[in-house]
Design a protein around this ligand. Structure first.
Ligand SMILES: NC(=O)c1ccc[n+]([C@@H]2O[C@H](COP(=O)([O-])OP(=O)(O)OC[C@H]3O[C@@H](n4cnc5c(N)ncnc54)[C@H](O)[C@@H]3O)[C@@H](O)[C@H]2O)c1
Ligand SMILES: Nc1ncnc2c1ncn2[C@@H]1O[C@H](COP(=O)(O)O)[C@@H](O)[C@H]1O
Ligand SMILES: O=P(O)(O)OP(=O)(O)O
Length: 264
């Protein structure tokens, strides 16, 4: 394993860079603030803390959007974050909207992945409903580790106006969260997409975030070959190749949809 942690000075610089970024995005769009989905997880919690630091509590609106598969613990943590930050927030149950989708297209009933992704997309629709109505931007919560392996729903949690923590690896998200004062028990929570019951990121991805971050930093985002990465991290080639495959196969999620070249 390699040590990707920031120094205290670097953490302060990251914090300043991200809060300046959020202010700039809002000012440049002439918006009145941001809307943010709060799941009780570390990414949305850190993003909420940084958005309030950047804009003030009045300019941040939280949405807590439980589904039947959401655990009570995560949803009460999400509300707790909104209360700590003293931001306005709404709690909107999304399962009636999922049911409407499935009554329109019952063929997808029981398809865990399709319905799970539909939950993420319903949340995106609600985020934009509020953002349009209140002249705000939708602020994303995705980090570099998730983005690099496509671990997000296309046009679901990926449907946002900016990604303030999009350059941080998951371990660095936790470190910055501690630094800005996120309570310990929230900063150390197990990551879960909660699109279906008992889902965890690391189980589904088949790799720990610690190892994923190391492979991304050295090989995918860094200069080392597969062989050099294996030697440095003392891991097998198959693990590095698996990450490389996830990165390559999900490129479409990180780019604008293509169109044919114009005719000459
Ligand atoms: N951050 C989180 O924790 C989080 C949040 C939401 C989802 N997730 C995870 O993300 C994953 C989302 O599922 P998914 O990736 O199967 O669904 P997706 O809908 O995000 O992406 C698949 C869709 O992309 C399109 N597509 C596929 N290959 C393509 C290509 N080569 N070019 C262009 N378009 C292409 C197709 O429309 C396909 O249906 C799941 O594993 C889910 O658990 C994680
Ligand atoms: N239950 C939720 N309420 C509001 N927003 C949510 C909820 N679950 C997820 N989100 C948003 O989506 C991103 C990504 O979610 P993962 O839990 O990592 O899948 C999350 O940060 C929230 O902004
Ligand atoms: O995106 P979040 O806030 O749900 O965090 P995590 O993915 O760690 O559960």
């Amino acid at each position: 394993m390699i040590d990707l942690r920031f120094s205290e000075a670097e953490l302060e610089r990251r914090r300043d860079r991200i809060t300046e970024f959020i202010r700039h995005q809002v000012d440049a769009a002439g918006a009145d603030g941001v809307v943010l989905g709060l799941s009780g997880g570390i990414d949305s919690t850190l993003t909420g803390f940084l958005a309030v630091e950047a804009l003030g509590a009045d300019c941040v609106h939280g949405l807590v959007l439980p589904a039947t598969v959401s655990s009570e613990g995560h949803m009460s943590d999400a509300e707790r974050v909104a209360q700590i930050l003293e931001i306005s927030y709404d709690v909107i149950e999304i399962e009636p909207l999922v049911d409407s989708l499935l009554s329109a297209y019952p063929e997808a009933e029981g398809d865990r992945e399709a319905v799970g992704n539909a939950r993420a997309r319903i949340r995106a629709v609600l985020n934009y409903l509020v953002a349009n109505h209140e002249s705000r931007l939708v602020v994303g919560t995705g980090n570099r580790s998730e983005a690099a392996v496509g671990y997000f729903t296309k046009y679901g949690d990926g449907a946002v106006d900016c990604h303030p923590i999009g350059n941080l690896y998951k371990g660095q998200v936790r470190q910055l969260a501690h630094h800005v004062g996120v309570p310990e028990e929230l900063a150390e929570k197990t990551a879960t997409a909660e699109l279906w019951a008992d889902q965890t990121d690391e189980d589904e991805l088949g790799i720990s975030y610690e190892m994923l971050d190391d492979i991304l930093a050295t090989h995918i985002d860094g200069p080392l070959s597969v062989a050099a990465t294996c030697r440095l991290l003392e891991i097998d080639e198959e693990t590095v190749e698996m990450v490389r495959r996830m990165y390559e196969q999900t490129e479409h999620k990180r780019n604008a949809p293509p169109a044919p070249e114009p005719l000459e």
